[in-house]
Design a protein around this ligand. Structure first.
Ligand SMILES: [Zn+2]
Length: 156
């Protein structure tokens, strides 16, 4: 096919309206009239699916070490200070300290951090959760309908 205006060889013409008539032209000549149709290759751009890739969510949780009681007890012993004194320094109730070292109460993260700093011990551990990708709802996870159950039974 040739451009009806300049005679240039074209494969995919522009169809323009030039002085009321449709003319098949090349790209260069398409500006001479009003474009009615663009070449097929330009008309429809391949539909690109945007695949949203979600980053696996990493949740960091802080947890009190399991042997917090022993650690606190040892720290208190090592400090060689009375609970009364320590509680004032820590701005914590004496009863709380006693509860921690006897495992009657788990310290909160805040309390544990305070104790960590004061006694220079490790009481809080961080755990990263959700590093694995959360599996998408697969066929396997799909709850079976009665129809599915019948199919399964028939297979046997
Ligand atoms: Zn042309």
């Amino acid at each position: 096919m040739q451009c009806e205006l300049c005679g240039k060889k074209i494969e995919d013409p522009y169809i323009i309206i030039l002085e009321g008539t449709e003319v098949k032209v090349c790209k260069d000549c398409s500006s001479f009239g009003k474009i009615k149709k663009k070449p097929k290759s330009l008309e429809k751009k391949p539909f690109k699916r945007r695949v949203k890739v979600e980053e696996p969510k990493v949740e960091i949780i802080e947890e009190i070490v399991s042997d917090y009681d022993k650690k606190i007890k040892n720290a208190i012993l090592k400090s060689n200070q009375k609970l009364e004194v320590l509680s004032k320094k820590l701005n914590m109730k004496e009863s709380s300290l006693r509860a921690f070292e006897t495992r009657h109460r788990k310290p909160s993260i805040e309390e544990a951090k305070k104790l960590e700093k004061f006694f220079k011990i490790k009481l809080v551990e961080t755990i990263e959760l959700g590093k694995q990708k959360v599996p998408l709802k697969s066929e396997e996870n799909k709850t079976l309908t009665i129809g599915d159950l019948i199919k399964i039974k028939k297979k046997k």
